[in-house]
Design a protein around this ligand. Structure first.
Ligand code: ZN
Length: 333
């Protein structure tokens, strides 16, 4: 399979680029399977026959469900929306710094508002690779960040929290109660949602997630679950962090007295918060903590801090791959 040489640079270009069904199939296949060789989701064979008319493959082994499409095992699997709509949407979400709205998708792609909304949330679901780990309670990622005090001190981790939204109080009382019950997020006294962030300066890795409150137990446990013991940690002087010195080399930034004391600052995260909030401005994701969670994941993947990491994939490619990763189909998990 041949990969087209020039990738789109604007949403309009992406729409044209992905207007051809077979190009969409090739594009996805190359990103999903080694060498673009489709693997049968039932038996794993990689020599399936492509059925031009259906745009599907048929496995050569004899078993049930021999035919499969490139959507199998992705967030797109159970929808009838064509790839020619899905791929430009993924492209736009991954490439647009400010986060595209369902309204924009609806207008530009020519799908209904309902469809645009559905796509947006499915794609964000695919992008939130941290989900699985959140559910297991083992922190955000497969491993901990920080240098565990073994390195040269460059592996410091900034920890900081921020408040987003505040529109929760404007919600109807019943609805608010339902959100609180379902999500465990009460929004606190201020009606804002708390996002906790951690930045490993050396690895350039950001971890951020919505947390239910700013209690010591909540924030401290997240740090314990995500940062290697012994690592140098920089936080502000907020009370929830006051016991971190038991496990870490803890240095405190006092915003009231001095903004930056040498290496001791949380400016990396401050930058991330401002990007996050700029993107949220004028959108309604902030209203519901569930949506905010997806949005935070999306921003983590696109953040310039992550872009400078030594990963093989550019953040955009990585985000694309994650957006397409199957979460709806346990066979592919
Ligand atoms: Zn098979």
């Amino acid at each position: 399979m041949q990969e087209p040489t020039t990738e789109p640079k604007t949403f309009q270009e992406a729409i044209l680029y992905f207007a051809d069904r077979n190009r969409c199939i090739d594009y996805l296949a190359l990103r999903r399977w080694p060498n673009g060789m489709p693997a049968c989701p039932v038996c794993g064979r990689t020599d399936a026959k492509f059925l031009e008319k259906q745009g599907k493959w048929q496995c050569k082994a004899v078993h049930h469900h021999r035919q499969f499409s490139v959507k199998v095992g992705t967030v797109m699997e159970d929808s009838a929306i064509p790839l020619e709509k899905w791929l430009p949407a993924v492209w736009a979400i991954v490439n647009d710094k400010n986060g595209i709205s369902s309204w924009e998708l609806h207008r530009t792609l020519g799908v209904t508002q309902k469809t645009a909304w559905f796509m947006l949330h499915r794609i964000r679901m695919g992008m939130s690779l941290q989900d699985k780990h959140k559910k297991t309670g083992k922190g955000f990622g497969p491993s901990k960040i920080g240098d565990g005090g073994k390195g040269n001190g460059n592996g410091a981790v900034e920890v900081d929290e921020t408040f987003v939204g505040g529109k929760l109080r404007n919600m109807h009382r019943d609805r608010r109660a339902r959100f609180a019950a379902e999500s465990g997020h009460t929004g606190g006294a201020t009606g804002k949602t708390v996002v906790l962030g951690m930045l490993d300066r050396e690895a350039r890795e950001i971890r951020a997630k919505v947390v239910p409150n700013v209690k010591r137990e909540t924030l401290q446990n997240e740090v314990l679950n995500n940062v290697k013991y012994g690592t140098k940690i920089y936080t502000d002087d907020a009370v929830p962090y006051d016991k971190l010195h038991w496990r870490y080399v803890h240095e405190v930034v006092n915003h009231a007295e001095e903004y930056v004391r040498g290496q001791v600052h949380t400016n990396g995260l401050e930058n991330f918060w401002s990007l996050l909030k700029r993107g949220l401005k004028g959108t309604y994701v902030a209203v519901e903590p569930f949506h905010l969670e997806r949005y935070v994941d999306e921003q983590v993947l696109k953040s310039p801090q992550v872009a400078r990491s030594g990963c093989l994939l550019s953040p955009i490619l990585r985000a694309f791959a994650n957006a397409l990763r199957g979460v709806s189909n346990p066979r592919m998990a």
